[in-house]
Design a protein around this ligand. Structure first.
Ligand SMILES: [Zn+2]
Length: 534
Protein backbone atom coordinates (compact mmCIF):
# COMPACT_ATOMS: atom_id res chain seq x y z
CA UNK A 1 0.00 0.00 0.00
CA UNK A 2 1.42 3.37 -1.03
CA UNK A 3 -0.98 5.90 0.40
CA UNK A 4 -4.12 6.30 2.45
CA UNK A 5 -6.45 9.27 2.21
CA UNK A 6 -8.58 9.20 5.35
CA UNK A 7 -11.12 11.26 7.31
CA UNK A 8 -12.93 12.33 4.13
CA UNK A 9 -16.22 11.93 2.35
CA UNK A 10 -15.43 9.70 -0.61
CA UNK A 11 -18.13 9.45 -3.30
CA UNK A 12 -18.45 5.81 -4.41
CA UNK A 13 -21.60 6.04 -6.56
CA UNK A 14 -25.23 7.05 -6.00
CA UNK A 15 -25.96 7.18 -2.27
CA UNK A 16 -22.71 5.44 -1.30
CA UNK A 17 -19.90 7.16 0.57
CA UNK A 18 -16.74 5.99 2.31
CA UNK A 19 -14.32 7.76 4.67
CA UNK A 20 -11.03 6.55 3.32
CA UNK A 21 -9.35 5.28 0.20
CA UNK A 22 -6.15 3.22 -0.06
CA UNK A 23 -3.95 3.57 -3.14
CA UNK A 24 -1.41 1.07 -4.38
CA UNK A 25 0.58 0.96 -7.64
CA UNK A 26 -1.55 3.69 -9.20
CA UNK A 27 -4.81 1.88 -8.48
CA UNK A 28 -7.39 1.98 -5.72
CA UNK A 29 -6.80 -0.94 -3.41
CA UNK A 30 -9.65 -0.40 -0.98
CA UNK A 31 -12.31 2.03 0.20
CA UNK A 32 -13.80 1.92 3.67
CA UNK A 33 -13.84 3.59 7.07
CA UNK A 34 -10.78 5.48 8.25
CA UNK A 35 -10.38 3.04 11.12
CA UNK A 36 -10.38 -0.03 8.86
CA UNK A 37 -7.90 1.29 6.34
CA UNK A 38 -5.56 2.91 8.85
CA UNK A 39 -5.38 -0.37 10.77
CA UNK A 40 -3.70 -2.03 7.80
CA UNK A 41 -1.74 1.02 6.67
CA UNK A 42 1.74 -0.02 7.79
CA UNK A 43 4.22 2.62 6.61
CA UNK A 44 2.03 3.89 3.76
CA UNK A 45 1.84 7.68 3.42
CA UNK A 46 -1.22 8.99 5.26
CA UNK A 47 -3.12 12.07 4.20
CA UNK A 48 -5.79 13.53 6.49
CA UNK A 49 -8.55 14.92 4.28
CA UNK A 50 -9.97 16.99 7.14
CA UNK A 51 -13.52 15.94 6.26
CA UNK A 52 -13.23 17.12 2.65
CA UNK A 53 -15.25 15.60 -0.19
CA UNK A 54 -13.53 13.47 -2.81
CA UNK A 55 -14.95 12.70 -6.26
CA UNK A 56 -13.48 10.64 -9.10
CA UNK A 57 -11.12 12.59 -11.38
CA UNK A 58 -13.20 14.47 -13.92
CA UNK A 59 -13.30 13.37 -17.54
CA UNK A 60 -13.94 16.09 -20.13
CA UNK A 61 -15.49 14.19 -23.03
CA UNK A 62 -14.95 16.82 -25.71
CA UNK A 63 -12.42 19.63 -25.86
CA UNK A 64 -9.33 20.82 -27.66
CA UNK A 65 -6.49 20.57 -25.15
CA UNK A 66 -3.82 21.81 -27.55
CA UNK A 67 -5.78 25.00 -28.27
CA UNK A 68 -6.35 25.44 -24.53
CA UNK A 69 -2.57 25.55 -24.17
CA UNK A 70 -2.14 27.94 -27.09
CA UNK A 71 -4.80 30.24 -25.67
CA UNK A 72 -3.18 30.20 -22.23
CA UNK A 73 0.18 31.11 -23.75
CA UNK A 74 -1.21 34.08 -25.72
CA UNK A 75 -2.00 37.59 -24.45
CA UNK A 76 -5.24 37.20 -22.47
CA UNK A 77 -7.56 40.04 -23.46
CA UNK A 78 -10.85 38.52 -22.28
CA UNK A 79 -12.79 40.93 -20.08
CA UNK A 80 -10.75 44.03 -21.00
CA UNK A 81 -12.92 47.07 -20.37
CA UNK A 82 -10.90 49.71 -22.21
CA UNK A 83 -8.49 50.29 -25.07
CA UNK A 84 -5.92 51.29 -22.44
CA UNK A 85 -6.31 47.91 -20.75
CA UNK A 86 -5.77 46.05 -24.03
CA UNK A 87 -2.56 47.99 -24.56
CA UNK A 88 -1.42 47.54 -20.93
CA UNK A 89 -2.06 43.79 -20.87
CA UNK A 90 -0.25 43.37 -24.19
CA UNK A 91 2.76 45.38 -22.99
CA UNK A 92 2.88 43.41 -19.74
CA UNK A 93 2.85 40.15 -21.69
CA UNK A 94 5.85 41.22 -23.77
CA UNK A 95 7.64 42.41 -20.67
CA UNK A 96 7.08 39.09 -18.97
CA UNK A 97 7.70 36.64 -21.83
CA UNK A 98 10.46 38.59 -23.64
CA UNK A 99 9.78 37.28 -27.16
CA UNK A 100 12.59 37.69 -29.71
CA UNK A 101 12.56 40.84 -31.83
CA UNK A 102 10.88 40.24 -35.16
CA UNK A 103 8.74 37.43 -33.74
CA UNK A 104 4.96 37.23 -33.84
CA UNK A 105 2.99 37.77 -30.61
CA UNK A 106 -0.67 36.79 -30.58
CA UNK A 107 -3.53 37.65 -28.25
CA UNK A 108 -7.17 36.75 -27.99
CA UNK A 109 -10.39 37.90 -26.41
CA UNK A 110 -10.95 41.68 -26.73
CA UNK A 111 -14.45 42.99 -27.37
CA UNK A 112 -14.72 46.75 -28.03
CA UNK A 113 -18.43 46.69 -27.12
CA UNK A 114 -17.21 46.58 -23.50
CA UNK A 115 -14.66 49.43 -23.81
CA UNK A 116 -15.44 52.42 -21.62
CA UNK A 117 -12.81 54.84 -23.00
CA UNK A 118 -13.10 54.52 -26.80
CA UNK A 119 -15.69 52.12 -28.15
CA UNK A 120 -13.82 51.14 -31.34
CA UNK A 121 -11.62 48.33 -32.54
CA UNK A 122 -7.89 48.68 -31.83
CA UNK A 123 -5.92 49.73 -34.93
CA UNK A 124 -2.23 49.71 -35.84
CA UNK A 125 -1.58 53.02 -34.09
CA UNK A 126 -2.93 51.63 -30.81
CA UNK A 127 -0.86 48.45 -31.14
CA UNK A 128 2.30 50.31 -32.16
CA UNK A 129 2.19 51.56 -28.55
CA UNK A 130 2.64 47.92 -27.50
CA UNK A 131 5.64 47.24 -29.73
CA UNK A 132 7.23 48.26 -32.99
CA UNK A 133 9.78 45.39 -32.79
CA UNK A 134 7.27 42.52 -32.78
CA UNK A 135 4.30 41.69 -34.97
CA UNK A 136 1.31 42.04 -32.65
CA UNK A 137 -1.84 40.23 -33.76
CA UNK A 138 -4.85 40.26 -31.44
CA UNK A 139 -8.13 38.57 -32.31
CA UNK A 140 -11.58 39.68 -31.18
CA UNK A 141 -13.38 37.34 -28.79
CA UNK A 142 -15.72 36.18 -31.57
CA UNK A 143 -12.84 35.13 -33.84
CA UNK A 144 -14.27 37.06 -36.80
CA UNK A 145 -11.98 40.12 -36.66
CA UNK A 146 -8.39 40.90 -35.70
CA UNK A 147 -6.16 43.90 -35.18
CA UNK A 148 -2.43 44.11 -35.85
CA UNK A 149 0.36 46.67 -35.60
CA UNK A 150 2.43 48.31 -38.33
CA UNK A 151 5.24 45.74 -37.98
CA UNK A 152 2.77 42.93 -38.76
CA UNK A 153 1.51 44.81 -41.84
CA UNK A 154 5.09 45.19 -43.04
CA UNK A 155 5.95 41.54 -42.42
CA UNK A 156 2.80 40.45 -44.30
CA UNK A 157 3.57 42.91 -47.10
CA UNK A 158 0.20 44.65 -46.82
CA UNK A 159 0.14 48.13 -48.42
CA UNK A 160 -2.44 50.53 -49.84
CA UNK A 161 -2.03 48.62 -53.12
CA UNK A 162 -2.95 45.21 -51.67
CA UNK A 163 -6.27 44.05 -53.20
CA UNK A 164 -9.24 43.32 -50.93
CA UNK A 165 -10.20 39.67 -50.36
CA UNK A 166 -13.51 37.97 -51.26
CA UNK A 167 -15.61 37.26 -48.19
CA UNK A 168 -13.63 39.67 -46.05
CA UNK A 169 -12.30 43.19 -45.67
CA UNK A 170 -9.34 45.11 -44.31
CA UNK A 171 -9.92 48.69 -43.31
CA UNK A 172 -8.17 51.71 -44.82
CA UNK A 173 -7.32 54.54 -42.41
CA UNK A 174 -7.70 58.30 -42.84
CA UNK A 175 -4.11 58.38 -44.18
CA UNK A 176 -5.12 56.11 -47.10
CA UNK A 177 -3.11 53.17 -45.71
CA UNK A 178 -4.39 49.90 -44.20
CA UNK A 179 -5.11 50.59 -40.52
CA UNK A 180 -4.49 47.08 -39.19
CA UNK A 181 -8.12 45.93 -38.79
CA UNK A 182 -8.98 42.74 -40.70
CA UNK A 183 -12.35 41.00 -40.90
CA UNK A 184 -13.49 37.48 -41.88
CA UNK A 185 -11.52 36.00 -44.81
CA UNK A 186 -9.14 38.98 -44.97
CA UNK A 187 -7.75 37.84 -41.60
CA UNK A 188 -5.91 35.07 -43.44
CA UNK A 189 -3.42 37.59 -44.91
CA UNK A 190 -2.17 38.38 -41.42
CA UNK A 191 -2.69 34.95 -39.86
CA UNK A 192 -0.17 33.53 -42.33
CA UNK A 193 2.50 35.16 -40.18
CA UNK A 194 1.59 32.87 -37.27
CA UNK A 195 3.71 29.78 -37.62
CA UNK A 196 2.64 26.33 -36.55
CA UNK A 197 4.40 25.43 -33.31
CA UNK A 198 7.46 23.21 -33.54
CA UNK A 199 7.56 19.81 -31.87
CA UNK A 200 9.29 21.24 -28.80
CA UNK A 201 6.84 24.17 -28.59
CA UNK A 202 3.97 21.72 -28.94
CA UNK A 203 5.18 19.79 -25.92
CA UNK A 204 5.35 22.99 -23.87
CA UNK A 205 1.86 23.99 -25.03
CA UNK A 206 0.46 20.60 -23.98
CA UNK A 207 2.18 20.80 -20.58
CA UNK A 208 0.67 24.25 -19.96
CA UNK A 209 -2.80 22.94 -20.83
CA UNK A 210 -2.43 19.81 -18.71
CA UNK A 211 -1.42 21.84 -15.66
CA UNK A 212 -4.52 23.99 -16.14
CA UNK A 213 -6.73 20.89 -16.46
CA UNK A 214 -5.20 19.29 -13.35
CA UNK A 215 -5.95 22.44 -11.36
CA UNK A 216 -9.63 21.91 -12.12
CA UNK A 217 -9.69 18.25 -11.07
CA UNK A 218 -9.54 16.86 -14.60
CA UNK A 219 -7.64 13.59 -14.91
CA UNK A 220 -8.78 12.56 -18.41
CA UNK A 221 -9.62 14.48 -21.55
CA UNK A 222 -11.15 13.37 -24.81
CA UNK A 223 -9.51 15.92 -26.99
CA UNK A 224 -9.64 16.84 -30.65
CA UNK A 225 -6.09 17.92 -31.51
CA UNK A 226 -5.14 15.35 -34.14
CA UNK A 227 -6.10 16.31 -37.69
CA UNK A 228 -5.47 15.02 -41.18
CA UNK A 229 -2.38 17.22 -41.64
CA UNK A 230 -0.72 16.86 -38.21
CA UNK A 231 -1.77 13.62 -36.54
CA UNK A 232 1.66 12.04 -36.49
CA UNK A 233 3.32 15.07 -34.90
CA UNK A 234 0.57 15.58 -32.30
CA UNK A 235 0.53 11.91 -31.34
CA UNK A 236 4.32 11.92 -30.95
CA UNK A 237 4.27 15.11 -28.88
CA UNK A 238 1.82 13.58 -26.40
CA UNK A 239 3.62 10.25 -26.39
CA UNK A 240 6.99 11.84 -25.67
CA UNK A 241 5.52 13.53 -22.58
CA UNK A 242 4.02 10.22 -21.45
CA UNK A 243 7.37 8.47 -21.93
CA UNK A 244 9.07 11.06 -19.72
CA UNK A 245 6.38 10.81 -17.04
CA UNK A 246 5.58 14.49 -17.69
CA UNK A 247 1.88 14.04 -18.58
CA UNK A 248 -0.57 14.81 -15.76
CA UNK A 249 -3.75 14.07 -17.72
CA UNK A 250 -4.87 10.94 -19.59
CA UNK A 251 -5.69 11.59 -23.21
CA UNK A 252 -8.19 9.95 -25.56
CA UNK A 253 -7.61 11.39 -29.02
CA UNK A 254 -10.62 12.42 -31.10
CA UNK A 255 -9.18 12.50 -34.60
CA UNK A 256 -10.55 15.00 -37.13
CA UNK A 257 -10.60 14.24 -40.86
CA UNK A 258 -11.99 16.10 -43.86
CA UNK A 259 -11.45 13.42 -46.52
CA UNK A 260 -12.17 9.71 -46.50
CA UNK A 261 -8.82 9.13 -48.27
CA UNK A 262 -6.93 10.88 -45.48
CA UNK A 263 -8.85 8.84 -42.94
CA UNK A 264 -8.02 5.56 -44.67
CA UNK A 265 -4.34 6.53 -44.82
CA UNK A 266 -4.42 7.19 -41.06
CA UNK A 267 -5.84 3.73 -40.44
CA UNK A 268 -3.34 2.20 -42.86
CA UNK A 269 -0.64 3.80 -40.66
CA UNK A 270 -1.92 1.57 -37.85
CA UNK A 271 -4.05 4.03 -35.88
CA UNK A 272 -7.27 2.53 -34.50
CA UNK A 273 -9.67 3.27 -31.64
CA UNK A 274 -8.10 1.73 -28.53
CA UNK A 275 -4.49 1.85 -29.79
CA UNK A 276 -2.14 3.19 -27.15
CA UNK A 277 -2.15 3.14 -23.34
CA UNK A 278 -4.12 4.46 -20.36
CA UNK A 279 -2.18 7.72 -20.79
CA UNK A 280 -2.47 8.30 -24.54
CA UNK A 281 -4.98 6.43 -26.63
CA UNK A 282 -6.60 6.75 -30.04
CA UNK A 283 -10.29 7.53 -29.67
CA UNK A 284 -12.95 8.13 -32.30
CA UNK A 285 -12.99 9.65 -35.74
CA UNK A 286 -14.27 13.20 -35.20
CA UNK A 287 -16.34 14.87 -37.91
CA UNK A 288 -18.04 18.24 -38.19
CA UNK A 289 -21.57 18.28 -39.64
CA UNK A 290 -22.58 21.92 -39.06
CA UNK A 291 -21.52 25.26 -37.53
CA UNK A 292 -22.63 27.12 -34.38
CA UNK A 293 -25.85 28.57 -33.02
CA UNK A 294 -24.29 31.96 -32.21
CA UNK A 295 -23.20 32.52 -35.82
CA UNK A 296 -26.46 31.00 -37.22
CA UNK A 297 -24.41 28.34 -39.00
CA UNK A 298 -25.88 25.38 -37.06
CA UNK A 299 -27.98 23.42 -39.57
CA UNK A 300 -31.73 23.69 -38.89
CA UNK A 301 -34.79 22.00 -40.37
CA UNK A 302 -36.67 25.34 -40.46
CA UNK A 303 -35.41 28.88 -41.08
CA UNK A 304 -33.86 30.71 -38.15
CA UNK A 305 -36.61 32.55 -36.27
CA UNK A 306 -34.46 35.69 -36.28
CA UNK A 307 -33.25 35.45 -39.89
CA UNK A 308 -35.71 34.25 -42.53
CA UNK A 309 -34.12 32.44 -45.47
CA UNK A 310 -31.25 31.09 -43.33
CA UNK A 311 -31.04 27.46 -42.24
CA UNK A 312 -27.30 27.25 -41.43
CA UNK A 313 -24.59 25.30 -43.21
CA UNK A 314 -23.96 21.63 -43.90
CA UNK A 315 -20.26 20.81 -43.43
CA UNK A 316 -20.43 17.22 -44.64
CA UNK A 317 -22.78 15.64 -47.18
CA UNK A 318 -24.90 12.57 -46.35
CA UNK A 319 -22.88 10.67 -48.98
CA UNK A 320 -19.58 11.60 -47.32
CA UNK A 321 -21.01 10.60 -43.95
CA UNK A 322 -21.97 7.20 -45.36
CA UNK A 323 -18.47 6.71 -46.75
CA UNK A 324 -16.86 7.66 -43.41
CA UNK A 325 -19.26 5.33 -41.58
CA UNK A 326 -18.58 2.39 -43.90
CA UNK A 327 -14.81 2.78 -43.38
CA UNK A 328 -15.31 3.08 -39.61
CA UNK A 329 -17.57 0.04 -39.24
CA UNK A 330 -15.18 -2.00 -41.34
CA UNK A 331 -12.15 -1.03 -39.26
CA UNK A 332 -13.65 -0.95 -35.78
CA UNK A 333 -13.27 2.82 -35.38
CA UNK A 334 -15.54 4.69 -33.02
CA UNK A 335 -17.14 7.87 -34.42
CA UNK A 336 -18.08 11.18 -32.75
CA UNK A 337 -19.77 13.82 -34.89
CA UNK A 338 -20.29 17.49 -34.07
CA UNK A 339 -23.98 18.33 -34.62
CA UNK A 340 -25.77 21.34 -33.10
CA UNK A 341 -28.84 22.12 -35.23
CA UNK A 342 -31.82 19.74 -35.39
CA UNK A 343 -31.28 19.02 -39.10
CA UNK A 344 -27.60 18.22 -38.53
CA UNK A 345 -28.51 15.90 -35.65
CA UNK A 346 -31.18 14.22 -37.78
CA UNK A 347 -28.72 13.79 -40.64
CA UNK A 348 -26.15 12.15 -38.37
CA UNK A 349 -28.79 9.89 -36.81
CA UNK A 350 -29.83 8.83 -40.32
CA UNK A 351 -26.22 7.93 -41.15
CA UNK A 352 -25.87 5.96 -37.90
CA UNK A 353 -29.18 4.14 -38.47
CA UNK A 354 -28.07 3.22 -41.97
CA UNK A 355 -24.70 1.93 -40.75
CA UNK A 356 -26.24 0.04 -37.81
CA UNK A 357 -29.69 -1.17 -38.92
CA UNK A 358 -29.90 -3.57 -35.93
CA UNK A 359 -29.67 -0.65 -33.46
CA UNK A 360 -26.58 -2.19 -31.83
CA UNK A 361 -23.95 0.46 -31.29
CA UNK A 362 -21.03 -1.68 -30.15
CA UNK A 363 -18.48 0.96 -31.16
CA UNK A 364 -20.26 3.59 -29.02
CA UNK A 365 -20.66 6.17 -31.76
CA UNK A 366 -21.88 9.50 -30.48
CA UNK A 367 -23.02 13.00 -31.31
CA UNK A 368 -21.07 15.93 -29.90
CA UNK A 369 -23.11 18.96 -28.66
CA UNK A 370 -26.74 17.72 -29.34
CA UNK A 371 -28.11 21.21 -28.70
CA UNK A 372 -31.27 21.82 -30.73
CA UNK A 373 -33.53 18.81 -30.26
CA UNK A 374 -37.16 17.76 -29.93
CA UNK A 375 -38.53 14.64 -28.27
CA UNK A 376 -38.74 12.49 -31.44
CA UNK A 377 -35.06 13.17 -32.18
CA UNK A 378 -34.05 12.19 -28.65
CA UNK A 379 -36.16 9.04 -28.89
CA UNK A 380 -34.13 8.11 -31.96
CA UNK A 381 -30.94 8.47 -29.89
CA UNK A 382 -32.39 6.04 -27.37
CA UNK A 383 -33.62 3.58 -30.00
CA UNK A 384 -30.28 3.48 -31.83
CA UNK A 385 -28.26 3.50 -28.59
CA UNK A 386 -26.44 6.63 -29.77
CA UNK A 387 -24.29 8.41 -27.17
CA UNK A 388 -24.48 12.17 -26.48
CA UNK A 389 -21.37 14.23 -25.63
CA UNK A 390 -22.83 17.44 -24.20
CA UNK A 391 -21.52 20.74 -22.75
CA UNK A 392 -23.79 22.06 -19.95
CA UNK A 393 -21.67 25.24 -19.67
CA UNK A 394 -23.04 26.29 -23.08
CA UNK A 395 -26.29 27.08 -21.24
CA UNK A 396 -24.58 30.10 -19.68
CA UNK A 397 -24.61 31.98 -22.98
CA UNK A 398 -27.03 30.06 -25.17
CA UNK A 399 -30.07 30.30 -22.87
CA UNK A 400 -30.07 34.02 -23.76
CA UNK A 401 -30.17 33.51 -27.54
CA UNK A 402 -31.77 30.14 -28.21
CA UNK A 403 -35.42 31.33 -28.20
CA UNK A 404 -34.55 34.15 -30.60
CA UNK A 405 -32.74 31.75 -32.90
CA UNK A 406 -35.17 28.82 -33.00
CA UNK A 407 -38.41 30.05 -31.36
CA UNK A 408 -39.86 29.33 -27.91
CA UNK A 409 -41.22 25.88 -28.67
CA UNK A 410 -38.09 24.26 -30.06
CA UNK A 411 -35.98 26.09 -27.45
CA UNK A 412 -38.02 24.47 -24.68
CA UNK A 413 -37.00 20.97 -25.84
CA UNK A 414 -33.35 21.84 -26.53
CA UNK A 415 -30.31 21.26 -24.27
CA UNK A 416 -32.62 18.57 -22.83
CA UNK A 417 -30.13 16.86 -20.55
CA UNK A 418 -32.83 15.69 -18.11
CA UNK A 419 -34.91 14.16 -20.89
CA UNK A 420 -31.80 12.40 -22.20
CA UNK A 421 -31.42 10.78 -18.78
CA UNK A 422 -35.09 9.80 -18.61
CA UNK A 423 -34.75 8.13 -22.01
CA UNK A 424 -31.65 6.26 -20.83
CA UNK A 425 -29.32 7.91 -23.36
CA UNK A 426 -25.63 7.54 -22.49
CA UNK A 427 -24.43 11.11 -22.10
CA UNK A 428 -21.12 12.49 -20.91
CA UNK A 429 -20.06 16.02 -20.00
CA UNK A 430 -17.39 18.28 -21.44
CA UNK A 431 -16.68 21.95 -22.15
CA UNK A 432 -15.37 22.18 -25.74
CA UNK A 433 -12.53 24.25 -24.22
CA UNK A 434 -11.20 26.73 -25.21
CA UNK A 435 -14.59 27.67 -26.67
CA UNK A 436 -15.55 27.80 -22.99
CA UNK A 437 -12.91 27.53 -20.27
CA UNK A 438 -12.57 23.99 -18.92
CA UNK A 439 -13.79 25.00 -15.43
CA UNK A 440 -15.36 21.85 -14.10
CA UNK A 441 -17.40 23.30 -11.23
CA UNK A 442 -19.03 25.90 -13.48
CA UNK A 443 -19.92 23.14 -15.92
CA UNK A 444 -21.53 21.05 -13.16
CA UNK A 445 -23.32 24.12 -11.78
CA UNK A 446 -24.96 24.77 -15.17
CA UNK A 447 -26.15 21.15 -15.45
CA UNK A 448 -27.50 21.14 -11.90
CA UNK A 449 -29.11 24.60 -11.69
CA UNK A 450 -29.77 25.51 -15.38
CA UNK A 451 -28.73 29.08 -14.46
CA UNK A 452 -26.11 31.31 -16.04
CA UNK A 453 -23.04 32.23 -13.99
CA UNK A 454 -24.74 35.36 -12.65
CA UNK A 455 -27.54 33.20 -11.21
CA UNK A 456 -30.15 34.02 -13.85
CA UNK A 457 -32.94 32.98 -14.01
CA UNK A 458 -33.64 32.39 -10.31
CA UNK A 459 -35.82 29.34 -11.00
CA UNK A 460 -33.49 27.92 -13.69
CA UNK A 461 -34.01 27.88 -17.46
CA UNK A 462 -36.31 24.95 -18.39
CA UNK A 463 -35.83 23.80 -14.81
CA UNK A 464 -37.44 20.38 -15.33
CA UNK A 465 -34.24 19.50 -17.20
CA UNK A 466 -32.07 20.04 -14.07
CA UNK A 467 -29.77 17.13 -13.19
CA UNK A 468 -29.38 15.86 -9.57
CA UNK A 469 -25.85 16.45 -8.22
CA UNK A 470 -24.76 12.80 -7.97
CA UNK A 471 -26.03 12.10 -11.46
CA UNK A 472 -24.22 15.16 -12.85
CA UNK A 473 -20.95 14.00 -11.27
CA UNK A 474 -21.50 10.54 -12.81
CA UNK A 475 -21.96 12.10 -16.25
CA UNK A 476 -18.63 13.88 -15.82
CA UNK A 477 -16.81 10.75 -14.61
CA UNK A 478 -18.16 7.25 -15.23
CA UNK A 479 -20.13 8.20 -18.36
CA UNK A 480 -16.99 9.84 -19.75
CA UNK A 481 -15.14 6.59 -19.01
CA UNK A 482 -17.85 4.70 -20.92
CA UNK A 483 -17.07 6.81 -24.00
CA UNK A 484 -13.50 5.47 -24.01
CA UNK A 485 -14.52 1.88 -23.11
CA UNK A 486 -12.97 2.37 -19.66
CA UNK A 487 -16.06 2.13 -17.44
CA UNK A 488 -14.60 -0.86 -15.59
CA UNK A 489 -11.25 0.86 -15.14
CA UNK A 490 -11.82 4.50 -14.30
CA UNK A 491 -14.45 7.09 -13.44
CA UNK A 492 -15.40 5.57 -10.07
CA UNK A 493 -13.71 5.30 -6.70
CA UNK A 494 -13.86 1.55 -6.24
CA UNK A 495 -11.22 -1.15 -5.68
CA UNK A 496 -9.42 -2.07 -8.90
CA UNK A 497 -10.03 1.31 -10.54
CA UNK A 498 -7.29 3.76 -11.49
CA UNK A 499 -6.49 6.09 -8.60
CA UNK A 500 -7.75 9.26 -10.32
CA UNK A 501 -9.52 11.65 -7.96
CA UNK A 502 -10.17 15.24 -6.96
CA UNK A 503 -10.44 16.68 -3.45
CA UNK A 504 -12.91 19.57 -3.25
CA UNK A 505 -12.98 22.63 -0.98
CA UNK A 506 -16.67 22.08 -0.17
CA UNK A 507 -19.16 19.24 -0.14
CA UNK A 508 -20.69 19.42 -3.62
CA UNK A 509 -23.42 16.99 -2.54
CA UNK A 510 -24.84 19.16 0.24
CA UNK A 511 -23.79 22.75 -0.56
CA UNK A 512 -26.44 25.17 -1.86
CA UNK A 513 -26.39 24.44 -5.63
CA UNK A 514 -25.88 28.13 -6.44
CA UNK A 515 -22.46 27.88 -4.77
CA UNK A 516 -21.24 24.85 -6.70
CA UNK A 517 -19.61 27.10 -9.30
CA UNK A 518 -17.38 28.58 -6.57
CA UNK A 519 -16.07 25.25 -5.24
CA UNK A 520 -12.32 24.93 -5.65
CA UNK A 521 -10.32 21.82 -6.38
CA UNK A 522 -7.75 21.48 -3.59
CA UNK A 523 -5.89 18.45 -4.82
CA UNK A 524 -5.88 16.25 -7.92
CA UNK A 525 -4.47 12.74 -8.07
CA UNK A 526 -3.87 10.88 -11.32
CA UNK A 527 -2.69 7.28 -11.25
CA UNK A 528 -1.87 7.56 -7.53
CA UNK A 529 0.34 10.62 -8.08
CA UNK A 530 -0.55 14.05 -6.74
CA UNK A 531 -0.50 16.19 -9.89
CA UNK A 532 -2.05 19.34 -8.40
CA UNK A 533 -2.21 20.87 -4.96
CA UNK A 534 -3.75 24.30 -4.22
ZN1 LIG B 1 -15.06 21.12 -30.39
Amino acid sequence: MDMILYNGKIYCGKGRYAEAVAVSGGFIEAVGTSEELLAGAGDAEKIDLGGKTVIPGLIDSHMHLFNVGRTLRAIQLYGSTSMAEVIDRSRAFIEKTQPAKGSVVVGRGWNHDYFTDERRMPDRHDLDKVSTDHAIIITRTCGHALSCNTKALEMAGVTAETPQVDGGEFEIGADGKPNGIFKEHAMGIIQELIQDPTFEESREIIKTAMAHASSHGITSVQTNDMYEDNYQMVWNAYQSLVNEGAASVRVYQQCGFSTVEGYKKFMADGYRTGFGSDMNKIGPLKLLSDGSLGARTALMRKDYADQAGTKGIMCVSPEQLDAFMAASQENGMQVAIHAIGDRAIEMVLEAYEKAMPDGKNDLRHGIVHCQITDLPLLERFAKGNICGLVQPIFLHYDMHIVSDRVGEELASTSYAFGTMDKLGIHNSYGTDAPVEDLKTMENLYCAITRKDLSGYPAEGWCADECIPVERAVDHYTSDGAYMSFDENRKGQLLPGYLADLAVLSDDIFTICPDKIKDIKVEMTMMGGKIVYKA
